[in-house]
Design a protein around this ligand. Structure first.
Ligand SMILES: Cc1cc2nc3c(=O)[nH]c(=O)nc-3n(C[C@H](O)[C@H](O)[C@H](O)COP(=O)(O)O)c2cc1C
Length: 164
């Protein structure tokens, strides 16, 4: 997302109190969800979520991430298998007993069926390199210093605009 300068809006004290209370109310309902319905969700909802996340601050607006929206059951299954392999290692060998004791309250373990149940998965990739687009073509370059490449996310032309 291209850098956009801040636009200041003035609010009265009352409005500021009301808006901040509404914002607190809204965010106080946020929870980590570990059980999902299979019910279909309009992809626009997921795109709005990704667009919101991709407006996060990043050093020099480098946006070192790529979001991929996954819908394909086979790919969701592959992700589940890979995640469960890691989680099983974590729960059986890596996690100290104290950490496992702290996790008890959530009833979590290495099984992650929700990775197949949820209608969409949003996979976030950290970018360790950049695509350099030039008349000579596209090539990958390791991320160096403050090289900013503005590329839209989920716009028609964007190479990552594919729903798997
Ligand atoms: C860095 C980080 C790692 C987390 N790892 C896990 C995890 O492996 N499994 C899990 O079920 N929840 C995980 N959580 C979710 C936390 O358990 C959850 O944020 C915390 O219990 C507060 O609950 P809430 O998000 O519903 O307010 C993680 C949260 C953060 C910020």
């Amino acid at each position: 997302m291209a850098f956009e300068p801040f636009e200041h809006k003035e609010y009265s004290a009352e409005e500021s109190v009301a808006r901040s209370a509404q914002f607190r109310e809204e965010l106080s309902g946020r929870r980590s969800i570990r059980h999902f319905s299979r019910r279909a969700v309009p992809v626009e909802v997921v795109e709005n979520v990704v667009m919101t996340a991709s407006s996060s601050p990043s050093g020099a607006n480098m946006q070192p991430w790529t979001f991929v929206i996954v819908k394909d059951p086979k790919i969701k299954r592959d992700i589940r298998i890979a995640a469960e392999k890691e989680e099983k290692e974590f729960y059986t060998h890596r996690a100290p007993d104290e950490w496992l004791a702290d996790l008890n309250q959530f009833g979590t373990d290495w099984h992650k069926p929700f990775l197949e149940t949820a209608p969409y998965l949003i996979v976030v990739f950290k970018i360790n390199y950049d695509l350099l687009v030039s008349p000579a073509g596209v090539k990958t370059v390791p991320r160096q210093g403050f090289m900013v490449i503005h590329r839209p996310i989920i716009k028609e032309s964007c190479p990552c605009r594919k729903t798997f």
